[in-house]
Design a protein around this ligand. Structure first.
Ligand code: ZN
Ligand code: ZN
Length: 364
């Protein structure tokens, strides 16, 4: 559930204005932001309460720790409502800091009130019903081994995420309704258009109503969203994220108000999109330069260490930074600027597209 890019969190000291958790803050007519605590950077996650046409809707619901649940309850109480007043709970993406108590909340909502997710994200949300652990852990370990980590290193690196995932109480299948990309839904007196924006999460949803966009973790004001290679099913998540940024840019919202999953609401949407694009370009260029500096095909973890010299402290750092570096190496490969040969479940990369004969013969 890493929120920001590895480099961002460690290398910059930009921290959002301190917010009071559990206190509703009016951000637009009929829209309140309630910040909830998370025990990791950047310290809080936002949920939004929408009200109009005598309807209340909650967007996202926090990490599900005791502190987070208490802050959410306090926020709703300050607005004079309970979960029983909600007409819907909308989830931007199935990361634990946005969805953990969804099942508990749904159980207290009116029986006909749905939990809404993008169709692409539904099965991922429901997969957390399997008791106790990361449902895609085997896949995550496999990806980390592909990057050059040992099984032990990969499993150690996943421990924190495993613990957070255990906080998730997903809703019952019959409560989960889906929206499709581009669909317009009426929520609390406004028409909202659903926008599929993968990259940070495969089924990430943004919601747009006139000049207002709920951006989830797709676009954050101060941190670059983590975009990692997690599965061959999403072969180029950097391109997915770039395409998603282009989709938001193409809306050309006049005087936009962006409501992010972390940090303060912001208006400099076009500038922020440009910064995030440049950040991806910079990191891809670093990965390519590091590849070129090698005189033999090399693993993603070697490239990760070259990029983040001395900044990887322990297995958790390794797997987070590795996931991002692999995303950039795969992005370079998709653009024919790098090539890859797999040997015994480990990927070896070299600069330049189109595998040379020499590379095909390569044995580590
Ligand atoms: Zn988040
Ligand atoms: Zn997220």
């Amino acid at each position: 559930m890493q929120i920001g890019s590895f480099d961002d969190d460690r290398a910059t000291a930009k921290s959002p204005r301190r917010v009071s958790v559990g206190v509703p803050e009016a951000v637009a007519p009929g829209i309140w932001r309630v910040a909830l605590p998370v025990p990791f950077a950047p310290g809080s996650v936002n949920v939004y309460v929408l009200h109009g046409d005598e309807q209340w809707v909650l967007v996202d619901c926090g990490l599900g720790t005791r502190e987070s649940d208490a802050a959410l309850a306090a926020g709703l109480q300050a607005l004079g409502i309970t979960f029983g007043d909600l007409a819907a709970l909308v989830l931007t993406h199935a990361h634990s800091d946005h969805i953990a108590p969804a099942g508990d909340i749904a159980a207290q909502m009116p029986p006909d009130a749905p939990v809404l997710v993008l169709d692409v994200e539904k099965e991922r949300l429901l997969s957390f019903r399997q008791p106790g652990s990361l449902t895609d852990k085997a896949q995550l370990v496999k990806m980390q081994r592909l990057g050059g980590l040992s099984r032990d290193e990969a499993e150690l690196g996943l421990r924190g995420m495993d613990l957070l995932t255990r906080l998730i109480r997903p809703p019952a299948r019959e409560r989960v309704h889906t929206v499709a990309d581009g669909e317009v839904i009426a929520l609390a007196g406004r028409a909202w258009q659903a926008l599929w924006t993968p990259g940070h999460a495969p089924g990430h949803l943004c919601l747009v109503s006139e000049n207002i966009i709920i951006t989830g973790d797709h676009i954050l004001p101060q941190i670059s969203p983590n975009v990692s290679y997690r599965s061959p099913d999403q072969p180029d998540p950097i391109q997915d994220h770039l395409d998603g940024l282009a989709r938001v840019a193409a809306l050309e919202l006049a005087e936009p108000l962006a409501l992010p999953g972390h940090g303060d609401p912001f208006t400099r949407l076009a500038e922020r999109i440009a910064e995030l694009r440049e950040g991806h370009e910079r990191r891809s260029a670093l990965a390519l330069a590091a590849l070129r500096a090698q005189n033999a095909p090399t693993t993603a973890i070697t490239i990760t260490e070259a990029i983040f010299q001395g900044r990887l402290r322990g297995p958790e750092d390794c797997w987070l930074a590795l996931g991002e570096t692999m995303a950039h190496l795969e992005h370079l490969r998709a653009h024919d600027m790098a090539s890859r040969a797999d040997r015994a479940g480990v990927a070896y990369y070299q600069a330049g597209g189109r595998k040379s004969d020499e590379f095909s013969d390569f044995a580590p």
